[in-house]
Design a protein around this ligand. Sequence first.
Ligand SMILES: *Cc1c(COP(=O)(O)O)cnc(C)c1O
Length: 422
Amino acid sequence: MNELYEIAQQLDLEDPLKHVKSEFYFPEEKPYYLDGNSLGLMSRQAESAVHNVLDSWKRFGIDGWEKGESPWFTYTHDLRKMSAELIGASFHETAVTGSITSNLHQLLTTFYRPSGKRRKIVMDELAFPTDAYAVKSQLLLHGASEDDLVMIPSADGRLLEMAQIESAIDEETALVLLPTVLYRSGQLLPWKQITDCAHNHGAVIGWDLAHSFGAMPHDLHESGVDFAVWCTYKYANGGPGACGGLFVHEKHADRTPALAGWFGSNPEVQFDMDLQFEPAPDASAYQQGTPHLLSLAPLKGSLQIIQEAGIDAVRSRSLQLTGFLLKGIQELQEVDPSLEVVTPEQGRGGHLAVCHPDAARISRSLKDHGVVPDFRMPDVIRLAPSPLYTSFMDLAEVIEILKNILRNKPYLAYPNERGTIA
Ligand SMILES: *Cc1c(COP(=O)(O)O)cnc(C)c1O
């Protein structure tokens, strides 16, 4: 056994979360699933939570709103509690609803208030496309133009520098929107420092937690963040299209959501059916229509797993895993010097971004060998060891597989093009 395997074996032995892996289902013939940052795997708990909702529907019909193990009317209650813990917020600052895109629209409509010289929205040129689409359409909706969009540039097309971020924010900035972790490179941004910078210039700031929710602890309340959005199908393992979430700091509790709907009502009066909207006195006011019960249900199981593991333990295991993988991949440069990890060692999220000119076809080759990575244009292979269901031994195997692929180049049989999704 080589040294890497020995180290992996030891780390697995000492791993306090090693028992969690057996709660998850792995896709057929794909034992090394490193794509949990796109779609986390299904757990037994998530599965049975979905069955519970189906069972209530079957047995109670409309009465499921008030009957059964988890009545639907208060179904989000536990989910808000568990989500609030993960983001460092209170229950009242947290809602579980919508998608990142729809929540961004809700919160941008509410919080983007261009006035006088203060009209600009600052985001980054490496942003996930849907964030940029939402911001651009909001600018038009508010009578501003794309000239009011300030894109923080990236010198190398992979990372953002603090100096560039700080110099983009000024007295003309109305709102800043940034990701806590960059979706391609895995760079983690210092959200507290940037939040302070935005506030010092009188701007409002929102964060996109897509790649940090469920992967690390947050302190949104303490940091004074104005609002945040996240999805739950990545590190939180909520399943495809599971409901996302939003945070609105309690200092904004007196605001009325710009886009009102009856499930944002104060629950005391919702069924009075009055045409005058009375918003809930907290972040649940930002909900709109009837909660998507079947897309909320898996979260009951999957968030519970994270809660039981403890988010600090999840983060520390995630750092250990990516650290192990990083070292192993760096050593593969002896086999192929074009291979490069571009994720910063200091300040990283839950995945590693590995660049190679043949990244698209190396990704496909990895899949043929039981490894699920994902590919992002133009040359990035993302590898996300899940802090809940990837073992160190799995990573030792992946490094060995990648070594053989780089050495024997079976990927040359494929065109170097992306597939439909990855
Ligand atoms: C995954 C991801 C999204 C996805 O948005 P949805 O509305 O949930 O489809 C948005 N932003 C970032 C940064 C992401 O990584």
